[in-house]
Design a binder for this molecule. Structure first.
Ligand code: GDP
Length: 271
């Protein structure tokens, strides 16, 4: 584990709650199981982010899945204003130990939360949204890494203004692929063209109309044929008239990542 991650674990220990940002297109793949073990009983607000480009029905199933004894899940589009109120409500609904202990004595407490998530899940966007113009610093707190700042987002609630980036977990090939589709894993780890072919296959399984709707192609029986049809339809050719499969694959991945293929969620909770 890198030094940065160890520091993040240390910070996670001292906060009252965790704001765990997940990409709504692959919420399960965004969870790192070993980091969850480490969080133990810590209250967690799962933010199912990018809901605006995900499948509404599946997102609701994931919301149920992530809402447990010590956690709550909220559906979010971090690019829209107003996230602070939703997060505040969610955190306060989780009875943190601190609130319990002090409210008995009639004392209001300041809760501190930390935003974490895999790369590209929207952590910075969310933090910017939460902080808004209030990025004015509330001061360093003892025990926290020097240079990190806490920002008050509501009365009695502060967030660490530097989100923690979780290392993605590659235990399962399927999870690794999902993370690559949503751009959480560097493109150079995967062969882009192979990844695009896998994505075509997965999308076809989710809904046969996704590709025909976007690219105006007929349904094909293999992902290679689908790729070929898309290249033809989009007139993506190189010198000599050969199909430009590299560009076609890049375009397909980009279209998915930008939500241009429609509102898609790749995973459904099991059971
Ligand atoms: P980070 O790496 O987790 O900090 O992710 P960023 O905050 O940098 O966001 C990655 C990309 O996702 C950026 O292009 C954001 O504009 C975009 N993004 C973040 N949140 C949302 C959201 O709720 N909906 C959509 N459609 N895009 C989002």
């Amino acid at each position: 584990m890198t030094k940065a991650l160890r520091m993040m674990e240390e910070e996670a220990k001292i906060v009252d709650a965790i704001i765990y940002v997940l990409d709504a297109r692959a919420p399960f793949s965004c969870v790192n199981p070993s980091f969850c073990d480490f969080l133990g009983e810590k209250p967690i607000v799962y933010v199912i982010n990018k809901a605006d480009i995900a499948d509404e029905e599946k997102v609701r199933l994931w919301q149920k899945f992530f809402t447990k004894k010590n956690s709550i899940a909220i559906i979010m589009n971090s690019t829209k204003t107003g996230a602070a109120k939703t997060i505040e409500k969610a955190i306060l609904s989780l009875k943190t130990k601190k609130v319990d202990k002090f409210s008995e004595k009639g004392i209001t407490v300041n809760l501190r939360a930390m935003v974490i998530g895999v790369p590209n899940s929207g952590k910075s966007t969310l933090v910017n949204n939460l902080c808004g113009k209030k990025r004015a610093i509330t001061g360093n707190k003892p025990g926290v890494t020097k240079g990190k700042q806490w920002v008050k987002i509501a009365s009695g609630l502060e967030v660490l203004d530097t989100p923690g980036t979780l290392w993605p977990s590659f235990d399962d090939q399927r999870i690794a692929r999902n993370l690559a589709y949503i751009n959480s894993i560097k493109d150079d780890i995967y062969d882009k063209n192979e990844l695009a072919l896998c994505l075509l296959e997965d999308l076809q399984k989710i809904n046969e109309n996704i590709l025909t709707n976007r690219y105006g192609i007929e349904k094909k029986s293999t992902s290679i044929e689908t790729l070929d049809a898309i290249a033809t339809k989009k007139n993506l050719v190189i010198k000599g008239g050969e199909k430009d499969y590299d560009r076609t694959c890049g375009m397909i991945l980009d279209d998915f990542r930008k939500g241009r293929l429609g509102k898609i969620t790749l995973e459904v909770p099991r059971g």
